[in-house]
Design a protein around this ligand. Structure first.
Ligand code: AMP
Length: 188
């Protein structure tokens, strides 16, 4: 049973790696960024509330993201495990997740932090912006997302390290090498 949280700055390759691992282990890849982007595209009530935050590179309010995660983790496909990509994003979300999992007796969770230098992140996001046309992969928004990461998300690294749940992996390697490194450190 694998329950894995992939932590890392925007552009660190979390999404790509989470997809590869989820496919090889046959467990769901749960990306709050993907779910929110889809909701924006479908113009659902959630999407309409999330859109402006997402386009500015701000975190969508906790209340919305927590409701969405509570519902997602209630789906039966999560019984076999999961990989979270992009959640939790701040300490409030991390304690929310702790409580949720505790209530369900699902305490064994591993956390991987993907480490990538800033200049590589910026280059990768520019490339993705050109390729996928993501509205938040533009110069100003990229810079802001890195700030938001540093201020709000990076503290989760020490949070999980203190609880001895954290392993760091070098994300500045070819794709396949990162996948191999992840497979080596995760107890699937
Ligand atoms: P990502 O695809 O993970 O880089 O997320 C893209 C954007 O979606 C972020 O910049 C936020 O606006 C929003 N988002 C994704 N996950 C969360 C979260 N856990 N909490 C708040 N906002 C989020």
């Amino acid at each position: 049973m694998t329950r894995l949280i992939l932590l890392g700055p925007p552009g660190s390759g979390k999404g790509t790696q989470a997809k590869a691992l989820a496919a090889s282990w046959h467990i769901p890849h749960i990306s709050t960024g993907d779910i929110l982007r889809q909701a924006v595209q479908d113009r659902t009530p959630l999407g309409l509330q999330a859109q402006s935050y997402q386009e500015r590179g701000e975190l969508v309010p906790d209340r919305l993201v927590m409701d969405l995660m509570r519902e997602r983790l209630d789906q039966p496909d999560t019984n076999s495990g999961w990989i979270l990509d992009g959640f939790p994003r701040n300490l409030a979300q991390a304690s929310f997740l702790d409580e949720l999992l505790q209530k369900r007796d699902q305490n064994s969770v591993e956390v991987i932090s993907l480490e990538v230098p800033d200049e590589v992140l910026i280059e990768r996001m520019h490339e993705r912006g050109k390729k996928e046309g993501r509205k938040d992969d533009t110069d100003d928004v990229i810079r802001h997302r890195l700030e938001v990461y540093r201020e709000q998300t990076a503290p989760l690294i020490s949070y999980y390290r203190e609880r001895q749940q954290l392993t760091s992996v070098n994300g500045n390697q070819p794709l396949w090498a990162v996948t191999a490194a992840l497979q080596e450190v995760i107890h699937s």
